[in-house]
Design a protein around this ligand. Sequence first.
Ligand SMILES: [Zn+2]
Length: 494
Amino acid sequence: MTVTYEEALQKYEPVFGLETHVELGTTTKMFCGCPTTFGAEPNSHVCPVCLGLPGSLPVTNRVAIEYTIKIGLALNCSIASWCRFARKNYFYPDMPKNFQISQYDEPLCVDGYLDVLVGGRTVRVGIERVHLEEDTGKSLHVGGATGRIQGADYSLVDYNRAGIPLVEIVTRPVPGTGFLAPEVARAYVTELRDLLRSLGVSDVRMEEGSLRADVNTSLSPRGSDVLGTRTETKNVNSLRSVERAVRSEVSRQAEVLDSGGRVIQETRHFHEESGVTTSGRSKEEAQDYRYFPEPDLVPVAPPRDWVDSIAASLPELPSARRARLMSAWSLSELEFEALRNAGALDAVEATVAAGASPADARKWWLGELARRANDMGIEVSALPITPADVARISELVAAGSLNDRLARQVIEGVLDGEGKPDEVVAARGLAVVSDDSALLSAIDEAIAANPDVVARIRDGKVQAAGVLVGAVMRATRGQADAARVRDLIMERLS
Ligand SMILES: [Zn+2]
């Protein structure tokens, strides 16, 4: 690509929007009693309803309605007192009825927002609608190098996923985030994922497809508030890819516009390996789907008192948790973001609950442990060390039994499976040498071996003592308390 992101931003203002699909964690499908568990033998979770056999009739899953209302309330939406499902007509081999039961002009939840924190500032993302629909099955293209339909020998269809309740959350276009647009898009999906997880309505696993984002991107000329033509990048399957997809589309569209072309309204595919998008199909308009009210289902009319009782049962939402923890731990927004972006929030909270100070818990999880997780290519939450272990290590440091250097060795031992912190301390013989007589003999040796340094210290150049401290620390293999060593040296030479 010849136009860089930075160059594109000088002339254009990016506007993005997100359509996020969430598979709900109900035990049964949206309109039948088939189970929803992931990874079952293909076509073992099917029945006449989700296979679209003639004469079968759908029945709405009450829990799916309840979960959708929960999501709508948590996103500050109004909940419709009456709405209907609609048929969205199109052909897909993995959609046995040749229409999808969805919601069109009467979504269950409308007009909400979600506040996200980026770069220390809060951006309010408008939510246009939250509606309920059913998922399609899955096609598997066999033969061919890429797993795509092009070049495949044949295709197989698995209908286990067909009919799983799917919530679609659609934002309004988000203008005015400028250079930060890709990061705001990512932060929105992150915040939404955390929100959905806290509600317990989905396992929100992007890698298993239970949370999937389509990213709409357009460019307006700087200083203009006319929205440009948008493209829709489909099925972006990781948080990092959300950010990269926006960034790549901004550069590509700027290049098209700069060369006098026009952006075509189309769907595009994001490629993880190259980080670029390629053209998919031209985008259908709503009228192409021939929506009409689903005649086989009764309308959904959630009674007000039911909605109120769902509202009363909502757990602490991520925004409330953020406010609580920032206040309790005296964090700035940037410090909070650093914790959240490192995926260390739960771990730090649990470590504090296990007795560590917030400052110590943050120091270990954002420092040594984040570094180790990065080296191992895993999330910090997946490290084989518990918050209780980290709290115990902090306690040993606070008590003076370990210094930071020894504490890092204890962490290494725990991660290597050598046992709990106290077991590692015992097995590796790690403890600060606090016995002054042991230190004094090492100090005397260091003094004897460095007469020139001693002369300089006696001349008043006290910073030269660092050489002697270093020698003693080496002699005790780092197990001494450096501050104590310095004090003893100065006493000895005074
Ligand atoms: Zn079924």
